[in-house]
Design a protein around this ligand. Structure first.
Ligand code: G6Q
Length: 560
């Protein structure tokens, strides 16, 4: 392990002050709210169109001030500015980190040129190409090989080339083109491709192969499976004959990648390939050409609005003073919960069915970015890093795992997310169903913060023996995030908010939030194991006892 050039964060005066405050402050939310009638107001903030209430977190003004001085002392502002300026802050990969450049408006000034690249010009040139293609598919001008317009767009990608597009598609589905719909194949489990393609008509299907590197085993395997499915299907219908395969692939396959040479090798016309750059990390790429499936099915206008939402939050993060800067405040609260109060996990609970894939998306964003045990200079981290993110949409989670949050022994900070206006105005008799839904949203954070004391339970006339079981200790920290409505813009704002929260935490820990070396070993071993799985006796014998036993079980039980 190399000597650290990054100061030990736990040795900073701000960190030590926070330790003292943790030991002395003993925040009790009931008392805090009673003592300060303006607490909610003081701890509520606006960021672009989002309203964020931090008042039910286990902090007081003194703690927040100390958290912000910790942020300053580790250089959050300088590192943020370095990121926006395109400095190579992804040290272990030697790259700039410029996902924020993907959403700069066309006329942004001054223009962003980085390491000799006119970033603004290149970003907008690709966007225009994606939009022109999307318009053609949407209008029906782009036709399949038999002359029929496209009806289903199948995105094949995994990780960052899948989770973002699926999540946004699900979130904005009501805005989709009536004729078009999207499907997503990611898993190399053959079930995924079989079930997603099974009932589709190859004549009206367009496949987008989305892969930054165009080397990913899962994606390239699924792309070949889809190509075979397409050609077999067209042949079976008599739609193509021998020698017409390449023409069919050209009409039904497009690609998104930074490796356009590999795209061509696969047989996709480079004319139908959309590029991006090494300075866009996979999990930060939904706003790049990786969103092509979205531009096609939801439309260029929706995609533009999504990008504008991202940009609005970027501007807030870039310019708001730290004490009003929501990504900074939320990032530092996560540090407080994780490093000082001992929380190990963080729940994200959207009260919006359209955000049902948002927790899964955030799991990659947060845990692939900040699940590190060395700093960017190779030295060991000084403290715990990445918390475990998880979640499910409300109210479903209420009937499942909220029990543990309310009455378990662990501290579980939760982000509750909701919107004022629903996607569907639904009544149950006179009852507005969205109001019923939001009543749950408001009730949960209230119950988690203030609990129900033993005396309050007793006052209900409950038998003394079950009073403890019916008592709620409260004091569980929550953040409430509300927006006017789930729109492309507010969704972009929400995603960018979490991107920047992740960034802030990574800076405090001194880690490179933009690499992901931790996923490499398993990938390599999977490749190396192929001969053993196929039955090579020597390769089987070379395995450790457990792996050998598992492979032998597989070989004995596999049906063909
Ligand atoms: C994300 C990661 C990873 C990546 C996938 C797919 O930040 O790098 O999830 O997105 O491994 O990679 P390709 O896009 O190169 O196929």
């Amino acid at each position: 392990m190399s000597e650290s050039s990054i100061p030990d964060v736990t040795e900073t005066p701000a960190w030590q002050e926070l330790e003292e405050l943790r030991d002395s402050a003993d925040i009790d939310l009931r008392s805090e709210f009673e003592a300060d009638p303006r607490r909610a107001e003081s701890f509520s903030f606006e960021a672009a169109d989002l309203f964020v209430d931090l008042s039910k977190n286990l902090v007081n003004e003194e703690i927040v001030t100390a958290l912000l001085s910790l942020a300053s002392s580790v250089g959050v502002e300088q590192r943020r500015d370095a990121m926006f300026a395109g400095e190579k802050i992804n040290v272990t990969e030697g790259r700039s980190v410029l996902h924020t450049a993907l959403r700069r408006p066309k006329d942004a000034s001054p223009e962003l040129a980085v390491h000799g690249q006119d970033v603004d010009r290149d970003v907008h040139a690709v966007l225009e190409k994606v939009y022109a293609f999307a318009d053609k598919v949407r209008s029906g001008e782009w036709k399949g090989v038999t002359g029929k317009p496209i009806e289903t767009v199948v995105n094949i990608g995994i990780g960052g080339s899948d989770l973002g597009p699926v999540m946004v598609y699900e979130a904005l589905k009501p805005l989709k083109n009536e004729r078009l719909s999207a499907r997503f194949i990611s898993n190399i489990d053959p079930t995924d491709a079989a079930e997603k393609l099974g009932d589709l008509d190859p004549e009206t299907t367009l496949v987008v192969v989305a892969s930054k590197t165009f080397t990913t085993l899962e994606t390239l395997t699924n792309a070949r499976v889809a190509r075979a499915w397409l050609l077999d299907g067209l042949r079976a219908k008599g739609a193509i004959g021998e020698g017409q395969e390449a023409g069919a692939v050209a009409k039904h396959f497009v690609a998104v990648s930074t490796a356009l040479d590999k795209v061509e090798k696969f047989g996709i016309d480079p004319e139908n390939a959309f590029g991006f750059w090494d300075w866009v990390g996979g999990r930060y790429s939904v706003d790049s050409a990786i969103g092509t499936v979205l531009a096609v099915v939801l439309g260029p206008k929706v995609f533009e609005e999504l990008l504008a939402g991202f940009h609005a939050m970027d501007e807030h993060f870039r310019t708001a003073p730290l004490h009003k800067n929501v990504p900074v405040l939320m990032g530092m609260l996560n540090i407080w919960d994780n490093n000082f109060l001992g929380a190990e996990t963080h729940a994200v609970l959207p009260y919006d069915q359209h955000l049902h894939r948002f927790p899964a998306y955030l799991q990659q964003l947060t845990m692939e970015s900040n699940g590190k045990s060395v700093k960017w200079d190779g030295s060991t981290v000084d403290t715990e890093t990445g918390e475990i993110f998880w979640g499910e949409p409300g109210t479903n989670g209420q009937h499942a795992f909220y029990q543990l949050i309310h009455q378990g022994t662990r501290i579980i900070p939760c982000d509750f997310i909701a919107f004022a206006t629903p996607a569907y105005q639904t009544k149950d008799g006179d009852q507005d169903v969205h109001e019923l839904f939001l009543a749950n949203f408001f009730a949960q954070t209230k119950a988690l913060a203030f609990g129900k004391s033993a005396d309050e339970v007793r006052a209900e006339g409950v038998d003394e023996s079950i009073v403890p079981a019916r008592t709620f200790h409260g004091n569980q920290p929550t953040t409430s995030i509300m927006g006017p409505k789930l729109t492309p813009s507010t969704l972009g704002q929400l995603i960018a908010l979490y991107e920047h929260i992740v960034f802030v935490e990574g800076i405090v820990w001194g880690i490179d939030s933009f690499d992901q070396w931790g996923v490499e070993l398993g990938k390599k071993l999977a490749k190396d194991l192929a001969p053993a799985i196929a039955g090579d006796e020597q390769a089987i014998a070379e395995q450790d006892g457990s792996t050998r036993g598992l492979i032998e079980y597989y070989r004995a039980k596999r049906e063909r």
